[in-house]
Structure formats: structure tokens, C-alpha cells
Write a protein that binds this ligand. Structure first.
Ligand SMILES: Cc1cc2nc3c(=O)[nH]c(=O)nc-3n(C[C@H](O)[C@H](O)[C@H](O)COP(=O)(O)OP(=O)(O)OC[C@H]3O[C@@H](n4cnc5c(N)ncnc54)[C@H](O)[C@@H]3O)c2cc1C
Length: 288
């Protein structure tokens, strides 16, 4: 298949990119790494009249540490993100998630901003951003900039709360203090396939006991979500295998996945529990 006709634009500033999106409204689409958009164009599932190529836009490809957060420009490639010493040191769970995203070649082109804006419920970076309580910086020609929390960004599968005229400029990843430990776990039938289940668990341990916890899951839900009950089940407990098992059981109960040709709902539910339990054991070990 070949894409329908479109006008290709290559703005050389952020302002110009925002003006183009404003001028063409819902008829225009930003082009980042093209790893999701180009297949959609080729299959004519998307037929935008105008493509606004973000790759020539200066200033969108930086990884910057500011106080207790990392700001990742929209066009930073997934591979560069995962290999960045700042990312590996300060948000290691996000770095751990990167090798699960597709393949070497797709990670070299695919961008962090594109992955977040695409909002695939099976996307690793959307889950990591929710688990780490991150946010995105968004800009539009008419309304300037605003911040959107990860929780507000992801509405459902392939849908964000951004309007057609808005561009995701960067993502903000808080750096947790040293008492926090995070683990990312997923299962796919083959490495590089979309995951059947994925989780990101974070715990804060003080004196051998869990004082705070986050259990986030995706791929079995229509967007990445924190399972508050599963997180709460860990708080106050000693960091021991029984607590991990209980959190896994609560997570399995909390999700309501559906069956498809890859796996049954029952399997996905069981998988979620097993992944949460495994991630808890990893963070308990890291905290000990
Ligand atoms: C074979 C294959 C396997 C894959 N496996 C996985 C996987 O396992 N996990 C996973 O998470 N992903 C996977 N992907 C998708 C890949 O990660 C894409 O790179 C990602 O989904 C989109 O990023 P992109 O930079 O390529 O964006 P593009 O494809 O260029 O754009 C995607 C969408 O986001 C919009 N967009 C892009 N940037 C912005 C922005 N800054 N602001 C607003 N809107 C924007 C575009 O208009 C488009 O609608 C796979 C892709 C392929 C081809």
C-alpha cells in the first residue's frame, strides 16, 4: 500500500511547527520517528493533508537534568534515551524498559515524544512515565505552554488529551530519592513483540518495611494505570515474598483484560499478578 497524497513540511523552528499545526488543525499531523505513523499512512488508516516533520526543528532533542528531574526533548530517539548516562543513573526503570520497545532499528528512529503521543496501551514508555509520576510539556500557537501529568495525558488506547493543534515538546521525569526502588517487567511472546502484560513497581523502604509503593500496569488495560489497592497492600509490610505475592494477587483481581487471538483474559490476569510479584521481588532485593 502507498499513502494518500499529503503536503510535507519541514519547519525550522518550534514556532513555525506550531503555526503549521494551528493553520491546518486536524488536517495536519506531526511526524517524529515515523515508526507508527508511516505504517498507518501506508495502510491509509491515517490520511492527513499535511505532515509537519519535527526532525529538523532545533531544540527538541536534548536530555537535560534540572534539579530533581530529567527533561527529555520530544525527538530524542528511544535508543538514545535508553543509553543516556543521565537516564540510566536517575531513572533506571525507564532505561530498563527501552530494550523491550520493538527492535534495535525501530528504537533508533522512534522517539520518546512519539511513543508518548501515540499512546499505545502496550507502550513501555507511557507505562514508565505514569509509574514515575512524570508529565509532559505541551505547546500550541494560540495558548502557549502547559504541563500535563502522565495520568491526565493518557485517555485510552491511542488517545491522549492533547488537541490537534498541540505539540508534545518534552517529557519530564522526576528523579526519585534514594529510598525508592523501581522495577519494570513485561512478557511478550517473542522479544520485540508487543507485550501481553507489563508492570512497573516502585517501593520506598525504610527499616526493612515498605513505607510507600506504586504498582502500575498496562497492556491489560486501555491505558497505563496505577493500581492503588495493590500498592497499598505493600505499605507497612516487611519486604518479604509473602507481601510480593499478596500485591500480585491484588493486581490480578484489579484488572479486567479481554481475550484476543494472542491470549485469553484469564491468562492475562494471571500474567499481571505474576509480573507484579516478580517486580516486587526485584525491588525488595534492590532495597535490601
Ligand atoms: C516493528 C515495530 C515494533 C514496535 N514495537 C513496539 C513496542 O514493543 N513497544 C512500543 O512502545 N512501541 C513499539 N513500536 C512503536 C514505536 O515505538 C514507535 O516509535 C512509537 O510508537 C512512535 O514514535 P515515533 O517517534 O516513531 O512517532 P511517529 O510514528 O512519527 O508518530 C506517532 C504518532 O504520534 C504523533 N506525534 C509524534 N510526535 C509527536 C509530538 N511531539 N507531539 C504530538 N504528536 C506527536 C504523530 O502525529 C503520530 O500520530 C513498534 C514499531 C514497529 C514498527
Amino acid at each position: 500500500m502507498k499513502p494518500g497524497p499529503f503536503i510535507y513540511t519541514a519547519p525550522d523552528s518550534l514556532e513555525e511547527a506550531l503555526e503549521l499545526l494551528d493553520e491546518h488543525g486536524g488536517e495536519a499531523k506531526p511526524l517524529a520517528g515515523g515508526q507508527s505513523l508511516m505504517p498507518l499512512l501506508n495502510m491509509r488508516f491515517a490520511q492527513p493533508a499535511v505532515l509537519v516533520d519535527l526532525n529538523p526543528v532545533p531544540g527538541l532533542d536534548g536530555i537535560v537534568q534540572r534539579d530533581a528531574q530529567l527533561e527529555i526533548g520530544a525527538t530524542v530517539r528511544q535508543a538514545s534515551f535508553g543509553a543516556s548516562p543521565l537516564v540510566r543513573e536517575h531513572i533506571p526503570a525507564a532505561a530498563t524498559a527501552v530494550p523491550h520497545i520493538g527492535h534495535f532499528v525501530t528504537r533508533n528512529r522512534g522517539t520518546v515524544g512519539g511513543s508518548l503521543a501515540h499512546a499505545d496501551a502496550r507502550g513501555e514508555l507511557p507505562l514508565a512515565l505514569v509509574a514515575l509520576e512524570g508529565s509532559v510539556r505541551v505547546a500550541s500557537h494560540r495558548n502557549g505552554e502547559r504541563m500535563v501529568s502522565a495520568d491526565e495525558l493518557f485517555v485510552t488506547h491511542f488517545t491522549t488529551s492533547l488537541s490537534d493543534e498541540e505539540l508534545l515538546v518534552s517529557s519530564i521525569w522526576p528523579i526519585a530519592d534514594n529510598d525508592w526502588h523501581f522495577a519494570f517487567e513485561e512478557f511478550a511472546q517473542r522479544h520485540g513483540d508487543y507485550a501481553l502484560g507489563m508492570v512497573c513497581v516502585g517501593i520506598r523502604v525504610s527499616n526493612g518495611h515498605v513505607s510507600d509503593a506504586r504498582v502500575a500496569v498496562s497492556a491489560v488495560t486501555d491505558r497505563p494505570v496505577c493500581l492503588d489497592d495493590a500498592g497499598a497492600a505493600l505499605i507497612g509490610h516487611a519486604a518479604v515474598p509473602d507481601a510480593a505475592r499478596e500485591a500480585g494477587a491484588m493486581a490480578a483481581t484489579a484488572v479486567d483484560p479481554h481475550s484476543d487471538l494472542h491470549a485469553t483474559a484469564r491468562y492475562r490476569r494471571h500474567l499481571t499478578g505474576a509480573l507484579v510479584e516478580r517486580a516486587c521481588l526485584v525491588v525488595f532485593e534492590a532495597a535490601s
